[in-house]
Ligand binder design. Structure first.
Ligand code: 5GP
Ligand code: MN
Length: 336
């Protein structure tokens, strides 16, 4: 595989980790397949190298990712505060994965920023928050954090043997972040996927756990979402709104709306899609686009968020009735 990072950065990492007794790995709120795959895969690899590692999510991961945490070792900050605070207190190295800065870990980010441990970032988002970390491995020129970390570990320990569990974890993030190899794929992405397959990555398990593991309620919620796509032809855009009433009617569970934001992009002539998910005190906004249309600018400017060129997110505080007006205003700035 092509080197992603210069040798001196890998030497820094090697020197820092050699001094580390306790290592904490942490990722973003509402962790997805890439976040959990990257964290658990890296955790398993570092444990295999003899390190003491604790993995922490700020909020629970969806049930369809449980297969990545067989031993139920991942701590969830919102539910296990004491254990998390103890692990952070005992750690002298913190590694943040699949986030550009500590802010996206919400309250857990505050805890980590107060720690005096050596802080490392491994991520693929644009604009890493350099001042949050002592050492940064970050480039958007990869499919996922899983690809980045697998390539980084391969460069760090060229003779390492990856286990089936580690390979499966890393392949999960590559598959989910690329939307099954549909976007953000580079030549090296297929190369990494091929190598992970050779290490025994179990793609059948990944597909059956991630994509064929739904409740009937979730399928019906999908039906509702599809029937209620609203099209804005003048902007080449379409969007879906799921209010709390609707979510409750379908017995919504964390992760049930995963990938819904992609549905409108399947419509001919639609290049931008949005999903509005009403939470307790705000509306979560997900944005996707095709090709040369960037959505991270409007995520930043209108929805207090950010993200990748074609996949971004943020939130809005207004009532659901304001959605279309705000979306049109935002779209007006990118569609001439
Ligand atoms: P999703 O719609 O899947 O929740 O998020 C899409 C992408 O947007 C994520 O991969 C992440 O890069 C980015 N993102 C999500 N939420 C936020 C946020 O609150 N702030 C920023 N800056 N980026 C976000
Ligand atoms: Mn990711």
């Amino acid at each position: 595989m092509k080197a992603l990072f210069p040798k001196n950065l890998i030497t820094c990492w090697d020197q820092a980790i050699t001094r580390s007794a306790g290592i904490v790995l942490a990722t973003h709120v509402n962790p997805d397949g890439d976040a959990v795959g990257a964290m658990t895969g890296l955790g398993l690899f570092l444990r295999q190298q003899g390190y003491r590692v604790t993995c922490i999510c700020p909020s629970p991961y969806p049930g369809f990712l449980e297969f990545l945490d067989n031993g139920k070792n991942v701590l969830v900050f919102s539910h296990q505060k004491e254990e998390v605070l103890r692990a952070v207190d005992e750690a002298n190295m913190l590694v943040a994965v699949d986030v550009s800065g500590l802010l996206r870990m919400e309250e857990l980010g505050d805890v980590l920023s107060e720690s005096r441990a050596f802080k490392v970032l491994m991520d693929h988002h644009i604009d890493p928050v350099m001042e949050d970390f002592d050492l940064v491995f970050s480039t958007p020129q990869v499919s996922s954090s899983c690809e980045l970390i697998f390539r980084l570990l391969s460069a760090w320990k060229p003779k390492a043997v990856f286990s089936k569990e580690q390979a499966t974890a890393f392949l999960t993030g590559i598959i989910t972040d690329t939307n099954q190899f549909a976007n953000s794929v580079y030549a090296e992405t297929f190369n990494a996927a091929s190598l992970l397959h050779r290490w025994g990555a179990d793609s059948e398990t990944i597909f059956s756990q991630v994509y064929q593991n739904f409740t009937l309620n979730r399928m019906h919620l999908m039906g509702y979402a599809l029937r209620n796509i609203r099209v804005l032809p003048e902007y080449g855009a379409a969007y879906i709104v799921l209010t709390r009433d609707v979510l409750e009617a379908f017995d919504y569970r964390n992760g049930d709306t995963e990938s819904f934001v992609n549905f409108p992009l399947a419509i001919k002539g639609i290049h931008i899609s949005a999903l509005f998910l009403q939470k307790e005190d705000h509306i979560k906004v997900s944005l996707r686009s095709k090709g040369a249309i960037a959505v991270n600018g409007i995520a930043r400017q209108f929805f207090n968020g950010g993200g990748h060129y074609n996949a971004s997110a943020g939130k809005m505080e207004d009532a659901p009735e304001k959605i279309e007006e705000l979306l049109k205003e935002a779209l007006g700035t990118i569609i001439a």
